[in-house]
Design a protein around this ligand. Structure first.
Ligand SMILES: Nc1nc2c(ncn2[C@@H]2O[C@H](COP(=O)(O)OP(=O)(O)OP(=O)(O)O)[C@@H](O)[C@H]2O)c(=O)[nH]1
Ligand SMILES: [Mg+2]
Length: 375
């Protein structure tokens, strides 16, 4: 390590953590030799993401991530596991404890700004607690937060102070849940550092561990996100990601359906009401995935003829690159409030007084499940 103009020079990109090099333009970590002289050095890829909002095809291998994560088990650390409230079951790391040993875990549930304004937060907290337990996670505390709006940060800092002792803090999670955005907030609002981690709407932005020094000689460490191909956001093309991921609070869309009716969400997925009394279904999906209602008996034909066209996004070219759909059927018991959840696309809330049978269709491999209603 050499000290340069007051900044610590580590040979790594301060935006994504990758080892820097000036030889191969098309390889990770490239930076023109003259740019190495700057005080805070970022690689060309981070420069392009930051300035041109570019997506990048360079990603971390899954095995590499698991290797990085399992290092945490050999250290004295506080782990902050960040999940995305919009894709809770898709972004929770159910086997986390296996990697991180006995280190304490705080569960930070991020992007709560995406839930409707009138949300009962106590109910959400209880729901998170139950679901985390179900996923086999043992957590010290649960913090609902929004890195985008800086909400929940006082509680988060209190929880960090209470659990950290003299430990490093590792921020871990699936890709795109907001790990780097959250750390940037902490840096900006609670320190004098100039460093800014690279963030983007595309999964796989952070490429290696990035250490950010704390006052007591310890660090807060950003890590690359774990990639789950069971999340829609990991398999769509970069052009379609914007339509899939909400950027404003979800506006629930309520549909009164008779049995034998179907809803299409662009060509991202489909929901069938197969059997039951007329009832309402509330869709929590991004406003840019348009909902189209049709008859169940006509749905296959409609999709075959108009998928990727009338029913879009995704458009034809991108749709052809996605796996074929799998159908998942669910029986919703009488009197239960359940969500049919499609990882990365959102969920449909069912308030079934008389019981019902429904089905969801999504590309093969995407996680689709039924869960107690979040809201
Ligand atoms: N609505 C909302 N969006 C957020 C929030 N936090 C982060 N984002 C967005 O989520 C996307 C991903 O953010 P990053 O900070 O790059 O996520 P990451 O977890 O570091 O992702 P990887 O480095 O790919 O693992 C960006 O488009 C952020 O603007 C939040 O609290 N609310
Ligand atoms: Mg990141």
């Amino acid at each position: 390590m050499r000290e340069e103009q007051g900044a610590i020079y580590t040979g790594r990109c301060s935006g994504c953590g990758i080892q820097l090099q000036s030889e191969h333009k098309d390889k990770p970590g490239y930076i023109p030799a003259q740019a190495m002289e700057k005080e805070i050095v970022i690689c060309q890829r981070c420069f392009r993401i930051k300035n041109y909002n570019e997506s990048s095809s360079i990603t971390v291998e899954q095995d590499e991530f698991l290797r990085l994560l399992s290092q945490v088990g050999n250290k004295e650390a506080l782990v902050i596991h960040i999940v995305d409230i919009f894709d809770f079951q898709g972004s929770i790391i159910s086997g986390l404890q296996r990697f991180i040993g006995n280190n304490p875990v705080l569960l930070a549930v991020n992007k709560i700004d995406l839930l409707p304004k009138v949300t009962n937060w106590n109910k959400v907290r209880n729901w998170v607690q139950k679901e985390a337990k179900e996923a086999g996670l043992k957590v010290e505390d649960i913090i609902l937060c929004s890195a985008k709006q800086s909400s929940g940060f006082d509680r988060l800092l209190d929880a960090i102070t209470a659990s950290r002792g003299k430990r490093d803090v590792y921020v871990v999670g699936a890709t795109n849940v907001g790990k780097s955005t959250l750390i940037n907030r902490l840096i900006r609002d609670y320190s004098d550092l100039d460093q800014e981690l690279t963030v983007s709407r595309y999964p796989g932005t952070t490429l290696d561990m990035v250490h950010i020094p704390l006052d007591d000689g310890h660090s807060i460490i950003d890590t690359p996100g774990i990639m789950y191909p069971s999340r829609y956001s990991e398999i769509v093309s970069p052009e379609d990601l914007g339509a899939l991921l909400p950027d404003k609070p979800l506006k629930p869309a309520v549909y009164q359906l008779n049995e034998g009716q179907t809803l299409f969400f662009g060509s991202f997925g489909r929901f069938d009401f197969i059997q039951g009394e007329r009832q309402s279904f509330t869709c929590f999906v991004s406003g840019r995935a348009p909902i189209h209602r049709t008859k169940l008996e006509k749905a296959d034909e409609l999709f075959a003829e108009h998928g990727g066209e009338l029913l879009s996004p995704p458009h034809r070219d991108s749709l052809d690159k996605l796996p074929d759909w799998t159908r998942h059927e669910f029986r919703i018991p009488k009197g239960r409030r359940m969500d049919v959840f499609i990882s990365g696309l959102g969920w449909i809330k069912i308030n079934s007084e008389a019981g019902s049978v429904v089905a969801a269709h999504a590309p093969k491999g995407i996680k689709v499940l039924v869960r107690p209603s979040l809201i």
